[in-house]
Design a protein around this ligand. Structure first.
Ligand SMILES: Nc1ncnc2c1ncn2[C@@H]1O[C@H](COP(=O)(O)OP(=O)(O)OP(=O)(O)O)[C@@H](O)[C@H]1O
Ligand code: NI
Length: 389
């Protein structure tokens, strides 16, 4: 992996200032995207995946605002703050202007694909015309060359009879074909990074599989990096190289795709995995995650997942964990869960959460201990865990 990442996001915070209060939609996330890799952002609805992706191109709209952090792309600053002379925070001098983001970065360097192609395609113009115009504008090609390029791109993304489909309108395309058009549009300016926000969620599984295969192929051919936003760990398994799991505005686990699936370190990720259909299990064995995700307006104290966490103890209500390296040789595997020794906040000694059913809490904790590498090796002075056995 090359040393300098393509995109670096550090401690990014994006908030919405609503009448009901401040929504901490993205609350201090850090991650990197290296050249040629597909990085997943995964989590339940409301986790902050879309707001995080929109923030990367500063597309967040009122009443939303990026309030902290730094976003660097190819060494240029998309967002950054500094302390002014009176201690107030102000935008740094080297931050790209809106004009620069619009003309130089968006489309040409970083392209975005959204879930609903009908929002991105204008129903009154032909698909080909829109693609041609996009190429004309962004690459400064004359009309005939842009048209030839547009037809090539339609062919490239697997649309049959591209010359004929070029003349057709968006409603004449199926959902999957429309999504292919958007991929063509995203690729048209040969960007280094494509941000794809749940582009296959509305499609049926077969078509979704075809689109994911296409993305894999194109990624290999062009070396484009992707940020792939999804709530579906199956999709992550299929195309991502590395993954960030989000919960209530935070990244709670960050690992290579293999480590995430085979050496899971955060109870929320385990719960997501348990709720996911897999070929080796029957539907009866699926375990939905208990409870609903709380609001980002008033997140729980301590670890935000503690009210739903089978491993939660008293300490989890108090200590708010930042992601730390807990495993992984070579590539760091980070998790924000105090059950790991590196946190050293007395998890082992901490009593189970009050108000939990004593039996279920005891069982859950015991079973979690046995399948978690770090917690399974209780130290000599580990009172809490052993007394309950
Ligand atoms: N315009 C807005 N005004 C107020 N709150 C907002 C706005 N947009 C998003 N939010 C809030 O920000 C949080 C994160 O939302 P976001 O859309 O990023 O979630 P998501 O992970 O993309 O979920 P989904 O899977 O449903 O797309 C949510 O609590 C949401 O209600
Ligand atoms: Ni979203």
């Amino acid at each position: 992996m090359s040393s300098e990442p393509l995109l670096r996001v550090e401690n990014l915070k994006t908030q919405f200032f609503t009448e009901a209060g401040t929504v901490r939609a993205v609350d201090g996330i850090s991650f990197e995207v290296h050249e040629g890799e597909i990085v997943g952002l995964v989590g339940e609805s409301g986790a902050g995946k879309s707001v995080a992706s929109m923030s990367l191109l500063r597309l967040v709209e009122d009443p939303g605002e990026i309030v902290a952090g730094e976003i660097t792309y190819k060494g240029e600053t998309i967002f950054g703050l500094e302390e002014g002379p009176n201690g107030e925070l102000r935008e740094r001098d080297d931050v790209l202007s809106n004009e620069e983001i619009r003309t130089r970065i968006r489309g040409n360097e970083i392209a975005v694909i959204f879930q609903d192609p009908m929002e991105s395609l204008n129903p009154v113009f032909t698909v080909g015309g829109q693609l041609r115009e996009f190429i004309e504008l962004n690459r400064g090609l004359p009309e005939d060359e842009a048209k030839a390029e547009a037809i090539d791109m339609l062919r490239e993304v697997g649309i049959p009879d591209p010359e004929q489909r070029y003349e057709e309108y968006p409603h004449q395309f199926s959902g999957g074909m429309r999504q292919r058009v958007l991929i063509a549009m995203a690729l048209a300016c040969e960007p280094s990074l494509i941000i794809a926000d749940e582009p296959t969620t509305a499609l049926d599984v077969t078509v979704e599989g075809q689109i994911l295969d296409l993305v894999d192929e194109l990624q290999a051919k062009y070396g484009t990096s992707f940020i792939w936003v999804t709530h579906d760990l199956g999709v992550v398994a299929e195309i991502c190289d590395r993954v960030n799991v989000m919960y209530l505005g935070e990244i709670i686990e960050q690992a290579s795709v293999d480590d995430l699936f085979y050496d899971t370190q955060h109870p929320y990720t385990s719960a997501l995995l348990d709720s996911m259909p897999r070929p080796d299990r029957t539907v009866d064995e699926l375990e939905p995650i208990e409870g609903v995700m709380p609001e980002a307006i008033d997140p729980p104290s301590g670890c935000r997942f503690h009210p739903r966490c089978p491993d939660a103890r008293e300490v989890c209500k108090r200590v708010h964990p930042e992601p730390k390296v807990v495993a992984g040789d070579g590539e760091p595997h980070r998790a924000a869960c105090v059950k790991h020794d590196v946190f050293d906040v007395g998890y082992e000694e901490s009593p189970p959460l009050e108000g939990r059913e004593p039996t279920s809490s005891g069982e859950d904790t015991a079973s979690a201990d046995s399948d978690s590498g770090l917690a399974a090796n209780p130290t000599a002075d580990d009172g809490g865990g052993e007394n309950r056995e």
